[in-house]
Design a protein around this ligand. Structure first.
Ligand code: ATP
Ligand code: MG
Ligand code: FE
Length: 332
């Protein structure tokens, strides 16, 4: 079977071709227009998706060396995400399915981040736990089957990606700041400054207190020394990153113990973070866990994860009709 995957939930326009469960192309058009605004501007994102979607799909089809007529189904992100952005991918996919008389498959973006683990070997075995950490979500998910997933812990306020991006804003770094904090942290001392670990019961997370603590810390330091940030950027980044990683991994370890699961995966944009990847690998050695860490290209938003999710739904003949509409919020 050949499945076309379409992703447009935020600011990446992406198209991918999956042939018999193998990803053969994955084209991602990033939007740079948002950098100057310090965050994604929904109205602009939607317009850029409209410009990018047809070229992205053409490129994905060409790179896969197939013809449009060979595609058996089109899978698209129905939600969650920005409604105006989701509408572009949804409308395109509906039109493509109608024009080519092929079935339409809806995909939940947060499930797709997890299912990115089924693109390459080694694939995790059910049941496993996945820590999904992205720009809008922070979840610990008990994954019982491809589409049988249960959230066992989540953030009560900001997402982990937001904690990175908001910290970057405080440090005068451009959006999205997560990758930059990662870069500077590599040169810094993670033990130089200590930021608070929130005391939240159970398996839930909170990042808003950390953000406020960083804001006040930087304000006070800059008051005492106007060059504080220039002189200590690497150490501040390393210290913040180390705290975000410890918050994430302490809860993930707790979840593994409580649910008696030893197969642990990470997914979503923040799973590209080198501190988190190393921290999880170290935890695995210490606790004898099996860990699954996605390739970088499948961490942040991409259509390969939508195409692979679509492939498993295609096997189940799990199709939707032309009346389907995108959802800004979409439970599993
Ligand atoms: P969601 O999946 O919740 O709808 P999203 O799709 O916008 O949100 P992703 O594309 O999965 O999110 O991830 C983007 C986030 O990942 C941003 O917050 C970005 O800063 C963060 N991120 C990407 N690379 C890194 C990195 N190396 N270190 C830390 N954060 C990173
Ligand atoms: Mg993005
Ligand atoms: Fe995402």
């Amino acid at each position: 079977s050949i499945v076309l995957g379409i992703e447009s939930s935020c600011d990446e326009t992406s198209a991918s071709i999956c042939i018999d469960g193998k990803i053969v192309s994955n084209i991602i058009a990033n939007q740079t227009i948002h950098e100057q605004y310090g965050g994604v501007v929904p109205e602009l994102a939607s317009r850029v998706h409209q410009q990018n979607i047809v070229p992205a799909v053409d490129q994905a089809i060409n790179a896969a060396k197939i013809s449009k007529k060979q595609i058996d189904a089109v899978a698209f992100t129905r939600g969650p995400g920005l409604l105006g952005s989701l509408l572009v991918g949804t409308c395109f996919s509906k039109a493509f399915a109608l024009a080519n008389s092929i079935p339409l498959i809806e995909v939940n973006h947060m499930q797709a981040h997890i299912l990115a683990h089924f693109i390459d070997e080694p694939k995790p075995k059910f049941p496993f736990l996945c820590l999904t950490v992205s720009g809008g979500h922070t979840q610990i998910v008990l994954v019982k089957d491809y589409f049988d997933m249960q959230i066992v812990g989540e953030t009560l306020d900001d997402a982990a990606g937001e904690a990175f991006d908001k910290t970057a804003k405080i440090l005068d770094l451009p959006y999205p700041g997560g990758p930059l904090i990662d870069k500077y942290a590599k040169e810094g001392n993670p033990n130089k400054y200590t930021f608070p670990e929130p005391q939240i019961a159970g398996l839930n997370f909170s990042f808003s207190g950390l953000k406020t603590a960083i804001l006040y810390f930087v304000r006070d330091q800059v008051k005492a020394n106007p060059n504080f940030l220039q002189e200590n950027l690497n150490d501040v980044c390393a210290s913040v990153q180390s705290r975000i990683v410890s918050i994430l991994l302490n809860k993930f370890k707790k979840a593994a113990k409580e649910h008696h699961i030893t197969d642990l995966a990470i997914a979503g944009g923040v799973s590209a973070n080198s501190g988190l990847r190393k921290g999880l690998t170290d935890l695995a050695k210490e606790q004898n866990f099996n860990v699954f860490i996605p390739q970088f290209q499948y961490c942040t938003d991409n259509a390969a994860m939508i195409a692979i999710a679509g492939y498993y739904k295609f096997l189940n003949k799990d199709f939707v009709g032309q009346d389907v509409a995108p959802l800004a919020r979409m439970p599993f």
